[in-house]
Design a protein around this ligand. Structure first.
Ligand code: A2P
Length: 272
């Protein structure tokens, strides 16, 4: 496999999702965001993850157009800001900001007002072709069960905080039972696990960076990873995760760092 040939996961609805995406949470709108997305596309990323709440959809759209990479080659995710408003009307606004006709994936950003509140509107956005797939983010196993029981479309994806310290085994297993692909946000712990001695030891032995080890660990668990960076060299290096593998022993050592007790919850510090 060539170094940047990121794999793809097939979603339950038949659409394909690249395993590596650039996350742009906390990336400042304007030049910083445009450059970061552009560097990612230049480095071979074909998946960008933004949200209405991030305030940088216009910059994502500008970088996409400037890159010259054909629209159909890039998987674009945005997320419905769930504290009010209508998912259809808000999707239309996102499409205008992004400058595209359709997003590839549209997620309920968190289960504000309960897991089902936004879902009928999300299904309408799908029916109207505003998104090719719909899903959720920050949903626990119980919340996923509830939305699946109430809706007619099963969420294609659940995007959650996931890294060795937040392994959420029971949530990941619940998603697998429903054929819901799990996406890892903050796979580097928003940067705070990059100097961890356990990860550093494994990285040193493999001649890899700690970021690459953390991303590879999540990929080997079958997740999609969404690392964030605003530095060109880091963005490029974070994509070099498809030309090596962690041994079963290294996987087990990293698995042992979990502090969630294998929880079925999506978050320890809910803001909603
Ligand atoms: P920066 O944006 O300044 O490059 P997460 O993906 O878990 O949210 O982590 C993102 C954080 O990790 C950001 O602060 C980012 O900083 C930093 N980061 C991302 N990739 C790397 C890397 N390869 N080396 C060092 N820091 C990184």
């Amino acid at each position: 496999m060539s170094e940047n040939a990121a794999g793809v996961r097939e979603l339950a609805d038949g659409n394909e999702l690249p395993v590596l995406g650039l996350g742009v949470w906390q990336v400042q709108d304007g030049r910083t965001c445009v450059d970061s997305v552009r560097w990612a596309l230049d480095a071979g990323y074909r998946h960008i993850d933004t949200a209405q709440a991030y305030g940088n959809e216009e910059s994502v759209g500008r970088a996409l157009r400037d890159s010259g990479v054909p629209r159909e080659e890039v998987f674009i995710t945005t997320k419905f800001y769930p504290e009010g408003g209508d998912p259809v009307a808000e999707a239309e606004k996102s499409l205008r900001r992004l400058g595209v006709d359709q997003v590839d994936l549209y997620l309920v950003h968190w289960p504000a007002g309960g897991p089902t509140r936004a879902w009928a509107g999300m299904e309408r956005a799908l029916e109207r072709g505003l998104a090719r797939s719909i899903g959720v983010s920050n949903f626990s196993a119980a919340e996923l069960d509830t939305v699946i029981a109430a809706g007619s479309v099963v969420p294609a994806v659940n995007q959650v905080l996931f890294n060795p310290w937040h392994r959420r085994t029971r949530l990941v297993e619940a998603c697998a039972r429903h054929d819901v692909v799990v996406e890892a946000y903050s796979p580097l712990g928003t940067g705070r696990y990059l100097d961890d001695p356990t990860v550093s030891k494994i990285a040193g032995a493999l001649g890899r960076t700690t970021a690459q080890v953390l991303l590879r660990w999540a990929v080997q668990h079958g997740l999609v990873v969404l690392p964030k960076s605003t530095h060109q060299d880091r963005i490029a290096a974070n994509a070099q995760i498809f030309d090596f593998a962690l041994s079963d022993e290294d996987m087990a050592v990293l698995d042992g760092l979990d502090e969630t007790g294998g929880t079925e919850q999506a978050h320890e510090n809910k803001w909603w």
